[in-house]
Every structure is written in C-alpha cells, then in structure tokens.
Design a protein around this ligand. Structure first.
Ligand SMILES: NC(=O)c1ccc[n+]([C@@H]2O[C@H](COP(=O)([O-])OP(=O)(O)OC[C@H]3O[C@@H](n4cnc5c(N)ncnc54)[C@H](O)[C@@H]3O)[C@@H](O)[C@H]2O)c1
Ligand SMILES: O=P(O)(O)OC[C@H](O)CO
Length: 334
C-alpha cells in the first residue's frame, strides 16, 4: 500500500499541475516543485497556476515549493519535467536522502537527447532500489485539469505496485490500466511527438483530413516498427500509450507539438514558434533523438526522416511532402 498522506510532483508546468489536481482528490497533501518562483507563489497565495493552466482554481491541499527537500517525506514522487532536464533533476534529487521505499514515477514523454535512454532508465540508474513506474496515455493537461473523462496506463515491472498506483490514479473521471511493458509505453509516448508535429505541418499546409488519417495510420506502422526494434512489445503500440496518444496529439489543438507543426506548415520559423509557445514541445528535440535511434537500429522511418529534414535540414515542408509521395511503391504491410 502507498500512503496517501503526501505526493510530491517535480515540475509545476501544465502536466504537473493537472496531475496535482487529479491527485488532490486522493492525497491529503500535494507538493509541486518547479523552477519558477512566481509560479510557486501563484499556487501558494492564489491557488492558481496562471502561467501554465490559466483560469483554473487549484484545491487548497496543493502547495508549491522550489526546494527539492520538500519531496523527502512524500510516499510518491512524480517526475513531470521536460526530458532535456530529467538527468540533471534526477541527479539533484539523488543527492538527497530519498527513502528506498518512496515510489518514483516518470510522467514525461521523450527519450534522452544524446543517448536515447528512456526516462525510467535514467531514474533507475540513480535509484537502484526504489519502486519504479511510468504513466502515459492520451492525456492533455488542459482536459485532465477540468476533470474531463480520460484514460491512462501505469507501467511497472512490479505487479503489486501497478495495482496500488492504479487505485491511486482512479477517480470517477480518470480510469487507468496497467502494463508491464515500460519500454513500449515510453517509446510510444516519445515517438508520437514526432507524428504530432507532422500532423500539425499537414494542417498548416491545409492538406485535408485524408492526409492526416494516412499520417496517423502510417505513423502507427512506423512507431510499431521502431518501437519493437528498441525493445517494446507490438501490442503496447495498439493501446492507449501508443495509438491512443498518437490520435489525441495528431487531432487535438491542445497538443503543443501539433501547434508547433501547424505554425511550421504555415511558414513560420522554428525559433520564433518555440519562443512564443512558452511550454515544452518534446517533439522538437525528440525528432533528432528518435531519428538517430532509428538509424542506429537500422529501421526504415520515412515519416520521421521527413520531419527531421524539415526541422534540422532546412527543407521546405512542401518539397519533403513531394518526396514522400514519390517513394518506391510497396505493399501496405511491408
Ligand atoms: N502538457 C501535457 O498535456 C502533457 C501530458 C502528458 C505528458 N506530458 C509530458 O510531461 C512533461 C512536462 O510537460 P509539461 O507540458 O508539463 O511542460 P511545461 O513546459 O508546461 O512545464 C515544465 C515544467 O517543468 C519545470 N522544470 C524544468 N526542469 C525542472 C527541474 N529540473 N526541476 C523541477 N522542475 C523543472 C519547469 O519549471 C516547468 O514548470 C513533458 O515530457 C511532456 O511531454 C505533457
Ligand atoms: O501537448 P503535447 O503535444 O506535448 O502532448 C501532450 C500529451 O502527450 C498528450 O497525451
């Protein structure tokens, strides 16, 4: 059993805050830890996080801090920060006396930029003995924070831990499932970011609904091909953390990655788009890491390569599209 006295959430951005509102139904105390002092002050004094989830009232049992020491008496610590900062954050936490029975859970989506390492693997490197899990699925913070119906998956190698977390992450509007395929879940959550960018680019180019349906379908084939080569199980990519997340990010305007892609398709410059977004779009750095992982694994990934050339080889979206449509003819299942 996990004590429901206190949960600590590393990352007081949009997803960390949405998870805070969800867990405030179950835990007596929710402590959010972020880098921004103004966000912590907003949460503590006004019960708001106007910067990341404007207009939302937070429950009174949610507090914020910028100090890692405020995680130490929590039974559960969630990591909900951009993947670019994960190793540093995990190292910083590991310098503190975190009890060995504290449950650690990654809720971030992406692989490490230079190494391709999954977030749970980074946590495991520094916390070899703690119970470890991941959370993923089609979950936009904007909707979970409004208590709109959502489903997610909890992944762990420890069945009892998954079951304990499943009951914690269950409310009348939030339903969770379990899986032991942490690799498949984390890879699906990382790879879908690239296709969400692609779907946004297609919208920006006004290609129409048929093109996006084709992209989601061929994207799923690519996600499964690459994800299984990197250690995930094929059926995981057919689930909530695979096709579920792929669909929500390819079709929803809440998706940060989709929004970045749309602006690119409309002809804006990547640096300007990122500067205006004010939140993390994991697909941007992850396109590079996933492209590299695909090359290292020798897996054919034409859509990922197309997004990579638009982002990192300065190619125009329309010329990349022309090239994609004139690739060698093949069977759908090849
Ligand atoms: N936003 C969503 O709907 C959503 C849903 C599911 C998963 N995710 C994933 O969750 C992760 C976080 O996304 P987000 O949208 O909340 O990002 P965000 O840009 O809204 O916020 C990021 C937060 O992380 C904090 N942060 C960065 N480095 C930190 C550190 N070392 N220690 C403590 N805090 C730190 C920042 O201060 C900021 O508050 C990403 O990997 C994203 O893909 C997001
Ligand atoms: O807004 P995005 O594109 O980072 O997607 C957020 C979540 O991953 C949706 O499940």
């Amino acid at each position: 059993m996990i004590s429901t006295e206190k949960v600590a959430i590393l990352g007081s951005g949009s997803w960390g805050t949405a998870l805070g509102t969800l867990l405030a139904h179950t835990f007596q105390q929710v402590t959010m830890i972020g880098l921004e002092t103004d966000v912590a002050e907003d949460i503590n004094t006004r019960h708001r996080n106007e910067r990341y989830l404007p207009g939302l009232s937070l429950q009174n049992n949610i507090q914020a801090s910028t100090e890692l020491t405020s995680t130490l008496d929590a039974s559960l610590i969630l990591f909900v920060i951009p993947t670019s900062g994960m190793r540093k954050a995990v190292e910083a936490l590991a310098a503190h006396p975190v009890p060995q029975d504290t449950v650690l859970m990654s809720c971030s989506k992406g692989i490490e930029h230079d190494t391709g390492t999954r977030m749970s693997e980074i946590i495991r490197e520094h916390f070899p003995n703690n119970p470890l899990a991941v959370l993923s699925g089609p979950n936009h913070a904007e909707e979970v924070s409004l208590a709109l119906t959502s489903c997610a998956v909890i992944g762990s190698k420890d069945e009892q831990l998954s079951a304990d977390l499943q009951s914690i992450f269950s409310t009348p509007f939030f339903r969770s499932y379990t899986s032991d395929d942490m690799a498949g879940m984390e890879l699906g959550g990382a790879i879908k970011n690239v296709f969400a960018l692609a779907a946004g680019i297609a919208s920006g180019l006004k290609l129409g609904d048929n093109a996006i349906a084709a992209l989601v379908t061929r994207g799923l084939a690519e996600m499964t091909r690459l994800g299984t080569a990197l250690g995930g199980q094929a059926e995981t990519f057919m689930g909530l953390s695979g096709i579920g997340d792929l669909m929500v990010t390819c079709y929803s305007s809440h998706s940060r990655n989709n929004r970045v892609g749309k602006a690119l398709g409309e002809g804006q410059q990547l640096d300007d788009i990122i500067a205006n977004l004010g939140m993390v779009a994991e697909g941007v750095p992850n396109t590079k890491s996933i492209y590299r992982a695909a090359r290292n694994a020798g897996v054919r990934t034409p859509l990922i390569d197309a997004v990579y050339s638009i982002l990192y080889e300065n190619r125009s979206a329309s010329s990349v599209l022309k090239e994609l449509l004139s690739l060698d003819m093949r069977k759908e299942t090849d």
